[in-house]
Design a protein around this ligand. Structure first.
Ligand code: GDP
Length: 200
């Protein structure tokens, strides 16, 4: 499960523009500011990789990164910008949902959830939507190093609450991994998890 090589392949506006070479892929999804770019950079250990997707105009695109010439990490647009209009939010969802429904090579969605804040409805809704559409997912809790919060709860408490809400209200039982892009926690576990899913 080692990352030897990573290459940015392309940005696509629609699912049908994505690479057609049938390699397995993992989509990385989460609220803006959840730590998506940091996690991708930590996974591939290259500072410049995910930055490609932060260039202006590329934020609403599906970005494919080829790992070891054999599988893709896919950077999807973040959701839940508080400031955007309802219309823009609808655009995001039809755009991204089209990708989930139509992408046959999608192995699993890595749903990033910020462990330093209490459970957010938009994350629960997203997990629920993926579950209802039978799209395999793994919860990847980010920022688990943030143990010293001035107010509010610790990451492990937020994670427990999130899991409880999922169990109580939704019919999904995803596996989950705790990560930190600062300490490197969960990096190897996540890479191993992805290699197991690819070979399944
Ligand atoms: P994105 O918008 O989802 O791509 O989020 P970024 O990767 O740009 O991170 C958003 C903010 O959270 C930045 O200020 C990061 O430094 C911070 N951040 C990201 N990952 C971690 C983490 O694992 N631990 C801590 N403490 N901060 C993080």
């Amino acid at each position: 499960s080692r990352v030897k090589e990573v290459e940015f392949v392309k940005s696509s506006a629609r699912a049908r523009d994505c690479p057609k070479d049938n390699k397995p892929e993992f989509a990385i999804l989460g609220r803006s500011n959840v730590g998506k770019s940091s996690l991708i950079n930590a996974l591939v250990r290259k500072k410049e990789v995910a930055l490609t997707s932060k260039k202006p105009g590329k934020t609403q695109l599906i970005n494919h990164f080829l790992v070891n010439k054999s599988w893709y990490i896919v950077d999807l647009p973040g959701y839940g910008f508080a400031k955007v209009s309802e219309t823009a939010r609808m655009d995001w969802s039809s755009f991204t949902k089209g990708y989930f429904i139509n992408r046959d090579t999608l192995v699993a969605v890595l749903l990033l959830v910020d462990a330093s804040v209490p459970p957010q409805k938009i994350d629960l809704d997203c997990a629920n939507w993926l579950g209802r559409n039978n799209i395999p997912m793994t919860f990847v809790f980010t920022k688990c190093d943030k143990m010293k919060v001035s107010k509010g709860k610790r990451p492990d408490e937020n994670i427990r609450e999130f899991q409880q809400l999922i169990r109580q209200n939704y019919k999904v039982h995803p596996s989950w991994i705790m990560t930190s892009s600062v300490t490197g926690l969960g990096r190897d576990e996540l890479l191993l998890h992805m290699s197991q899913l690819r070979n399944y």
